[in-house]
Design a protein around this ligand. Structure first.
Ligand SMILES: Cc1cc2nc3c(=O)[nH]c(=O)nc-3n(C[C@H](O)[C@H](O)[C@H](O)COP(=O)(O)OP(=O)(O)OC[C@H]3O[C@@H](n4cnc5c(N)ncnc54)[C@H](O)[C@@H]3O)c2cc1C
Length: 545
């Protein structure tokens, strides 16, 4: 080996660490009622940090799914082929109940435990979390058709990953998808043109196109279509109960910016058989229950990406020297890393507060349901908006190495904008928060009751809440983004002030809530005097010696 190839000042590979060694997440897990799940979450966290899981994530993204429309004889097959690594990721996720399992688990905190598993295991790969999330999310919507729920819910919740084209009733576990978006519009689903014609025996025949349908290799799809009584929601099986293929043709897979391990298809429904879910004409009200569940996972998945980014950045900076000092000890780099860590913790505490609200709302708590309605829309808007800049800054902490695929950073960066697009794009999410605020006053009451619990704890938080109350008193559509941002920041601040590490809470309030301009618009502009070492320490992973 020529002497020029001596390797020094490069960090050790980040593998073998416990992704769940995350103080903000573990505190939130206990606080939100799922302390009983901690050992399992830690086990999954070690698995997510293992070299094996990281390799699965890499392989599943470097060998993306391929569509086989026809077999060699010309028969349509409409199947998606995946690398074995994808199936390994899915198997672990399903075995750990990260899909619909909490809907069949009576324990208080079951949804929080699932949220923690989703949060840590998502570090292995974001793409496969999409079908896992949709399978979780379908259950509340499906319950609008009690006989279908009775038939399929236990299979959706089963901890067996059973891939392949077979009738749903005969499988040991099912996966679900959602099919709403058409070429002419995804936000405005009322413009859907797919038609549903009654076909007798409670069945309908669906004909039309869908421009985006992710995870088309699933078993059951919640589809929106125009029935005689208006836009309605349908459950569509890929394989019919008699074993024949339904009229669901996969036309193309999208060539996506990120999320490459997962398949997202254009689908033609050609007289496809489907069951009505809920009443005719109430399709949006029915499917919104599914959308509201996937929105929680947009927040959780964003928290996962931020944590992964700052962990990689902190690890690099702890092991790399420039200008005679570790990068992590350079005051300006410390400010960048601490700022990224603060954003990550703020996202994590909000995500878990929303997971707790989901759990309690599922148990019948109306106050928590009202809080969740508003807080989720605002939080989804804001944290997803923060993600791309967060990923870019974390990437830059590695310098040129961060721009190179094998660092893992480019994958995080490409994934980062997605959660803001699907399940209600930025404007749509902000407008939804505004709609809840103006049309469902009980949501605002529940939201401000939550903020009030932190009153008096921090002057800057009190000021931010006062500003928010003023803005809320005269809400305007063109201010919806500002409003959603202010709500999400106030919620994050209130949670951090009550439960966070004092250095994190103090720096968050100083930078994000105060009315003095001490904070710039880029990450890494924290006020002097911030205890950056304490904050970075919480994000720096320990790798076994
Ligand atoms: C990778 C990927 C996977 C997807 N998977 C699925 C899936 O499984 N199932 C599915 O049904 N869909 C899926 N989608 C589609 C996604 O949900 C839509 O792209 C999204 O809802 C936006 O719809 P659109 O693309 O038609 O954009 P449009 O609805 O045309 O919106 C364009 C822009 O206008 C903004 N806008 C819309 N209305 C307003 C308004 N009133 N005021 C101000 N601004 C507004 C939006 O925020 C957006 O920025 C997927 C998308 C992606 C990228």
């Amino acid at each position: 080996m020529p002497p020029t190839h001596e390797v020094f000042n490069q960090p050790p590979a980040l593998a073998g660490h416990d992704v769940a060694a995350d103080p903000a997440m573990l505190d939130a897990l206990r606080r939100e009622g799922a302390g009983w799940a901690e050992a399992g979450v830690r086990e999954l966290g070690r698995r997510a940090g293992s070299a094996q899981a990281q390799e699965w994530g890499r392989q599943a993204n470097e060998h993306p799914p391929a569509l086989r429309t026809y077999d060699r004889f010309g028969h349509r097959v409409d199947e998606v082929e995946f690398h074995p690594a994808w199936h390994s990721l899915m198997t672990v996720a399903v075995q750990h109940g990260l899909h619909a399992a909490p809907w069949r688990d009576e324990r208080p905190g079951a949804h929080v435990a699932r949220a923690a598993g989703f949060y840590v295991w998502g570090a292995a790969d974001a793409g496969h979390c999409c079908p896992i999330s949709m399978t979780y999310a379908i259950v509340p919507a499906l319950r609008h058709a009690p006989s279908l729920a009775a038939r399929f819910e236990s299979l959706l919740a089963a901890r067996e990953y059973d891939f392949g084209l077979r009738p749903p009733d005969g499988k040991t576990g099912l996966l679900a998808g959602m099919s709403m978006t058409e070429k002419q519009g995804g936000s405005d689903v009322r413009a859907n043109t797919t038609r549903a014609v009654p076909a007798g025996n409670g069945l309908y025949s669906l004909t039309g196109h869908k421009w985006f349908t992710s995870a088309p290799m699933g078993d059951l799809f919640m589809v929106l279509a125009q029935a005689p009584g208006g836009l309605s929601c349908f459950l569509l099986p890929r394989v019919l109960p008699d074993g024949s293929r339904n009229g669901m043709h996969l036309q193309r897979l999208k060539d996506k910016l990120g999320n490459r391990s997962n398949a997202s298809a254009e689908v033609e429904y050609d007289e496809a058989a489907a069951w009505l879910v809920g009443e005719e004409g109430r399709g949006v009200r029915t499917i919104i229950e599914m959308v509201n569940m996937t929105r929680l996972d947009c927040v959780l998945g964003t928290a996962t990406g931020m944590r992964a980014g700052v962990t990689l950045a902190a690890h690099h900076a702890a092991n790399r020297t420039a200008f005679g000092r570790k990068l992590a000890d350079q005051p300006l780099m410390a400010s960048v890393l601490a700022d990224l860590a603060i954003e990550s913790e703020a996202t994590t505490v909000a995500a878990f507060r929303l997971a707790g609200a989901t759990d309690r709302a599922a148990g019948g708590d109306q106050q928590e349901a009202a809080f969740r309605r508003l807080a989720l829309a605002a939080t989804k808007y804001w944290v997803c908006k923060r993600a791309p800049a967060h990923a870019a800054e974390a990437l830059e902490c590695l310098g040129g190495n961060g721009y190179v695929e094998e660092s893992g950073m480019p994958r995080l960066y490409r994934e980062a904008p997605l959660a803001s697009i699907w399940e209600g794009s930025g404007n749509v999410a902000a407008l939804d928060a505004l709609r809840a605020l103006t049309r469902q006053p009980e949501t605002a009451e529940a939201f401000f009751a939550e903020l009030d619990q932190a009153a008096g704890a921090d002057r800057r938080l009190d000021q931010a809440i006062a500003r928010l109350r003023k803005e809320v008193s005269d809400p305007a559509e063109e201010r919806a983004r500002y409003l959603a941002e202010a709500m999400a920041l106030a919620l994050q601040g209130a949670l951090l002030v009550r439960y966070g590490h004092p250095a994190v809470a103090g720096a968050f309030a100083a930078s994000r809530l105060g009315d003095d301009p001490a904070w710039g618009h880029a990450y890494g502009t924290l006020p002097s005097g911030t205890d950056t070492a304490a904050i970075i320490g919480r994000a720096t992973p320990e790798i076994p010696g």
